[in-house]
Ligand binder design. Sequence first.
Ligand code: ADP
Ligand code: ZN
Length: 437
Amino acid sequence: MTYQYWNPEYEQMPRRELEAWQLARLRETVARSLRTPFYQKRLGEAGIREPEDLRSLEDLRRVPFTTKQDLREGFPYGFLAIPREEVVRLHASSGTTGIPTTVYFSRGDLARWSGFVARCIYGTGCTREDVFQNMITYGLFTGGLGFHAGAEEVGMLVIPSGAGNTTRQFRLMRDFGTTVVHATPSFLLHVEAKMREEGIRRDALRLRKAFAGAEPYSEDTRRRIEELLAIDVYNSYGLSEMNGPGVAFECQRKNGLHLWEDGYIAEIIDPHTLEPVADGGRGELVLTILCREAAPILRYRTRDLTGFYPDPCPCGRTHRRLYRITGRSDDMLIINGVNVFPSQIEEVIMAMKEVGNNYLIEIEKDGVLDRLTVKTEVGPATFRDDTRPLNALKEKIRHTLQASITINPRVELHESGSLPVSEGKAVRVVDKRPRDV
Ligand code: ADP
Ligand code: ZN
């Protein structure tokens, strides 16, 4: 396999040089942070008054963590490190876990950001010959404009279709010969189901690749999309606090997401003890952004659960690879005292071929106990008048789930296309239990 690199000198930079680069950028970042009221106080309390107080990368551990709550408290301009007049754009997080947080960009920040996104896109083998349909929400969400700018930088023809409206998406794909799309994995599954429903033939489309991110999904879900649509799917990871997309991305090997260490310093910590986990271990990802001057954020607790592959990637990039992100530490559900991550449920059901493209997890109170219901769609071939195969499938799902999560769920089967689809990130969990205040 031949690999293409957008920034070969950075993507293949020897580790020692990369670390020296990180330390230099870290000091610049700390210098800028000290201009924000928030970090002046935070870093001051930790005895850091000037960048040279950090003598090595290890000294980063002296810097206190920054949380989503801190960012909310600094709202609106508490994290600005440059004059307001030099800020040319703002974006906000989706607000999946509460009030959205806002981030700011200078002109230089936008250029650096699109450079990282271009690197991700180009690394999957895309070129200016490609036609790119950006089927994700534009606006405050970083996924739309972030990918848009990176794709233009690569020189692809960009169709800013935004999310939703599958009929229009198909028309655009056919009219302009779209070869690459970007969407959430749940929307890609929805697109595939709609394609079948509307009788659109695969060979009427020139689709080759998809970038899928913004929400967790399992390896089986990736494979399902790849097989059903006959395309390559690349995992894309980012978060608004760290610019948005372009933080970590799969290369053509599709085995882990290269985290761009010339733009970010990554740590993996135990979310309970806050201590670093041993090499190769899994835990919560903590990120420091080195490529943004307007709003530096140090040691941000992403809540995202992952870890680093221990070995280097055969593609020749020296930047370490993250495991597929399985979810956020705050996604964890406690059902009758048992801890369950939604991703564990997805792993079980999406591995079954008879299960359709959408599912929903519901939790209710039933007397003193919690009741878990897993609703899945079934493929069009399975939904027939004969109830025997349906009952068998239900029992198979129930049984396999129980073996995996130790909870006996209720299973409901729904017709393909009947469970709700969201335009943004999929809402997979509906927790109807009354909240203790
Ligand atoms: P919010 O935190 O409100 O959802 P963002 O829109 O900034 O705000 O989304 C970033 C979050 O989306 C990440 O922290 C992560 O939880 C999730 N995410 C993004 N890409 C992926 C991915 N490829 N796999 C799993 N989760 C992802
Ligand atoms: Zn690689």
